[in-house]
Structures are given as C-alpha cells and as structure tokens.
Design a protein around this ligand. Structure first.
Ligand code: NAD
Length: 309
C-alpha cells in the first residue's frame, strides 16, 4: 500500500474512533454509567483524621468497604475510626502516618499490605495550606506543602500501584483543587503543589492507559473552597457562580465520581467553563473575570488554623 493511502486509512480510522467516542460520551451524559460496587474493596484514605477524609471514610463504611485510615494526627484518626465503626464499617484499620516522610509512607504501606492486604482504592487526600504570600513563606513550609500535597502521591503510587496492575484492578484518586487548575495570589506554593498532583495523576492515567492496564482507574478532583476549616476566612466574590461548598455535598460528588469511574471532577461546575475560558481569552479579559469573581482578594481573610491551636 502506498504511504498516502496508508495515511488516509489511518486518518479515517481515527475519525471513526473519534466520532464513536463523542457519541459514547453523549450517551453517557444522558444515561450515566452505573455505579460500581465497592463492598469488600480495600480503601486507603490519607488525611482521614478530619474534613473530607473523615466524611469519605464514613461514606465508604456505608458502602461496605474495608477502610485503611492514615493521618499524622492520632487523635483525629482514632475519632474517624470510631465514627466509621459506628457507621457500620466491617473492618477499619487506622495508622499514624506522616505522608510528608517518604520512608514512613513505605514503612506503613508495607504494614498495611501484611496486615490488611492489597489496597484497591487509593485516595490521596491529605493536604496542608500555608496561605502566605510567596516572599513571606519560609522555605521549609513551602517544602512541606510539596511533601504532603504532591510528593506523598508519588510514594503511595510506588507502594500500591504494582498490586493494582498485577490484579488489573484498582482506582487511584487524587484530591487536587481548583488551585491546581488556576493560579491564585497568596497561594503560590499550594497552587504549585496541587498543579503537580494533578499533572502526576493525569500522566499516570495516560501511562496506565497506554500500557493497556484498563482495570486501573483514575479520578482527579478539583474543588473550590469547602467549609472544612482548611480555608477558614477565605471568600468568593460571586457566590452564585463560585459558591463555597458544603463538605457533605463535595463528598457526595466525589463518591459518585469514583463509583462512576469519572476521570475529572471539578466543583462547582462553573470551573469547567472557567478553565475553558482561560485557554483562549485575552489576558486582560481573564484578569477582569478573576477580579469579578473576587479571586485577588479570596485569601485576604485567611485564618491559619495551625497558628490558632
Ligand atoms: N477545604 C477546602 O476548601 C479544599 C479545597 C480544595 C481542595 N482541598 C483539598 O482537600 C483535601 C482535604 O482537605 P480538608 O478540607 O478536608 O482539610 P482538613 O485540614 O480538614 O484535612 C486534612 C487532613 O490531612 C491531614 N494531614 C496533614 N498533613 C498530613 C501529613 N503530613 N500526613 C498525613 N496526614 C496529614 C490532617 O491531619 C487532616 O486530617 C486536601 O488535600 C485539600 O488540599 C480542600
């Protein structure tokens, strides 16, 4: 076959595949994919000691999963463990783990493999925020942001992905942020760590896809502010388009995205449009929109919870 005939054939196959996938996506927006059953799955949640991590644990308890809870805070994690048992969890295993320490992640991961088994749903949720302007932020705090919000994801993948690949079964969940999609003043180190987490999770999705490891799923979550206390005092300039989210709502959406094996979940929905606008609007228009949405002043009232304690 001549090379021009070959490239025409390749292009037609590509066109057919593209049309098919667009149609498939349209059908699945009308008839959503059924929710998968996670009863008996071993679900590891990092940062399970409060906020989203705790609420996720309670939801997975209702769904009959085996829970593995990690947190640097013993007190918070034990409380989640108790609440999950009260919520009907059949098996809950709580571990103290400082996710910013690579060796500790590997050590506790080995313990989990021996004591519980192969983790099949890994939720990288632990997170911290410094909330300081770049030049006011000490180096060690910026390094900590990266260690917890991003680098911990590398180590947990190294620890748990091989078994998911071997079993052709697993789900990797990355809790990033709207700050992983759009840069925000006063949040430079946090944004950078969340962009990194998103980039890593997306690349690993492509890597597993290209290697035909189709049993390993990925979900990347990018929420705007949620009322968990992490971003206490932060504001939105436009609550109708960019509302500060209720934790219960956010967790409901996250669980739904995991069970329907959605790759991306941005909350609120307006974020999808914002990211689309960012890709082509003139810079001055983008900045005017950011100003209208109150982005430049969103962090002005930030209250550092760690300093309060
Ligand atoms: N709250 C928001 O507005 C918001 C918005 C977007 C994304 N997020 C992300 O959602 C995730 C959960 O945040 P949240 O709102 O529930 O906050 P949170 O502070 O209530 O929970 C974070 C948990 O992570 C734990 N943690 C912190 N450092 C750790 C470490 N080194 N090792 C292990 N655990 C550690 C904390 O002890 C805490 O239990 C975070 O990744 C956060 O960045 C939050």
């Amino acid at each position: 076959m001549s090379s021009s005939l070959q490239s025409t054939k390749k292009f037609l196959v590509f066109l057919g595949k593209s049309l098919y996938t667009v149609l498939e996506a349209l059908v699945s927006t009308i008839i959503p994919k059924p929710r998968k059953n996670v009863a008996g799955e071993i679900v590891l949640i990092t940062g399970a000691g409060s906020g989203l991590g705790r609420l996720l644990a309670l939801q997975f308890a209702h769904l009959g999963s085996v829970l593995v809870l990690w947190d640097v805070s013993k007190e918070g994690n034990e409380e989640t463990c108790k609440l999950a048992q009260e919520a009907g969890a059949r098996r809950v295993h709580a571990y103290i783990c400082d996710c910013s320490q690579k060796e500790e992640v590997y050590r506790v991961a080995d313990q989990v493999k021996k004591e519980v088994g192969d983790v099949s749903i890994l939720i990288n949720n632990a997170g911290i925020v410094t909330g300081r302007k770049f030049l006011d932020c000490p180096d060690e705090l910026m390094e900590k942001s990266f260690d917890v919000n991003f680098k911990a994801h590398l180590w947990t993948y190294k620890a748990f992905l091989p078994a998911m690949i071997a079993n052709n079964h697993g789900h990797l969940v990355c809790i990033s942020s709207s700050a992983g999609l759009i840069g925000v003043n006063g949040l430079a180190d946090y944004c950078a760590s969340k962009f990194a987490a998103l980039g890593f999770a997306e690349s690993m999705f492509v890597e597993t896809f290209a290697q035909k490891q189709r049993g390993v799923k990925t979900t990347i979550v990018c929420p705007f502010f949620i009322k968990t206390g992490m971003f206490e005092g932060c504001t939105t300039g436009c609550p109708s388009l960019l509302p500060i989210l209720e934790p219960e709502y956010a967790v409901r959406k996250i669980i739904d995205a995991i069970l329907r094996e959605k790759l991306y979940l941005y909350m609120p929905k307006f974020l999808y449009f914002l990211v689309f606008l960012k890709s082509f609007l003139p810079l001055s228009t983008g900045l005017a929109i950011a100003d209208y949405l109150g982005i430049f002043h969103a962090m002005d009232g930030f209250v550092d919870q760690k300093k309060q304690r």
